[in-house]
Write a protein that binds this ligand. Sequence first.
Ligand SMILES: NC(=O)c1ccc[n+]([C@@H]2O[C@H](COP(=O)([O-])OP(=O)(O)OC[C@H]3O[C@@H](n4cnc5c(N)ncnc54)[C@H](OP(=O)(O)O)[C@@H]3O)[C@@H](O)[C@H]2O)c1
Length: 366
Amino acid sequence: MYALYQVRVNASGTTVPAIFAYGRTIRLRGYDICDALSCVYLQPKRGITLTDSLSRFGKGWIRVPSYDSQVWEIGRETRRSCTTLSVAPHITLNDGNTIPQLGFGVFQIEPEDTAEAVREAIGVGYRHIDTAEMYGNEREVGEGIRASGIDRGEVYVTSKLNNRLHEPDDAREAFEGTLSDLGFNYVDLFLIHWPLPTLYDGDFVSTWRTLEEFHNDGRARSVGVSNFQVEHLERLAAETATVPSVNQIEVHPYFTNEAVREYGQDHGIATEAWSPIAQGAVLDDPTITQIAENLGKTPAQVVLRWHIQRGDIVFPKSVTPSRMRENFELFDFEIEPGDMDEISALDQGESGRTGPNPDTFAHVPG
Ligand SMILES: NC(=O)c1ccc[n+]([C@@H]2O[C@H](COP(=O)([O-])OP(=O)(O)OC[C@H]3O[C@@H](n4cnc5c(N)ncnc54)[C@H](OP(=O)(O)O)[C@@H]3O)[C@@H](O)[C@H]2O)c1
């Protein structure tokens, strides 16, 4: 049995009631307030003595700095860990839906480790999971979400179409397989994983029209693309009626991918930055380590915060719980404009790319 608390959240000066907390995670109803969240107040329901680590705040309420992971000791009876709040800001997409700007990626997490990683990430506060049919762990993503105990509606779930299945009938079958493997009757976002312009006679347009069907019948709340270059987006704009809600592309300090990002900004397509820390390759860069030292943050936090301040959506992957927490703690500091520019100046153009070039990538899993 977990102790129950009344919780109030102070969002931009307004106290919002009807929030509750139990167990290891403080849960908030109504994530739309989270981007304005500044601090949290707890009121234990039972008359127990509070330790010095919690400061009193009027009428028996205690004030807690938000965002911090900390151990709470209450009345010597219970020791419980209060993990980070779900405070990631939301971005509004061109179809009116919102997406948490910070999520959790599961590429290269072994299926047998995925459910536990997802459950752990949700415990930390992540409410956005990025998977794909090609990652081979959709089933375990669904299991992890169910194991976390939170409602399906509280987690934003993205998946992607396998390169093998671009033909419309294959795509329809694949999408049903994704829903069935996840164990959900909808996804929040479904993407064409790669444009594959050298395959399928260069026809990603009919694939896109098939994704429009999934959006229209409500099984994909939003639809988008991944790894699309400017000319691919221009072709969709010329030949179809729907603008993708997102384009998920490689972006990090060594490969800032500006032309594709700019096209997105100009046409209402949100950029999702994959491999946001370049799988660790940017973390030893002296510019980044110096800025991190000045701010008292880790290099990963600085790089992820740089993405957030640029307005991109990120979902760093980690199977390491301490890194999951580190990567989530991005909302109590800011990088100043000069340092933002210095990080952006690390761009190496095409030679900074770590993944395949979408113009030529033609891998079709067996
Ligand atoms: N659409 C696409 O084509 C595409 C391509 C690639 C990725 N993605 C998506 O983007 C997500 C993220 O990209 P990614 O997984 O390639 O790379 P990433 O998030 O940039 O980096 C993940 C790697 O960095 C390590 N790491 C994580 N946090 C760290 C920290 N705080 N300090 C030091 N090392 C840290 C992880 O190690 P541990 O796990 O061992 O902790 C892992 O090896 C993927 O999971 C996937 O959802 C999409």
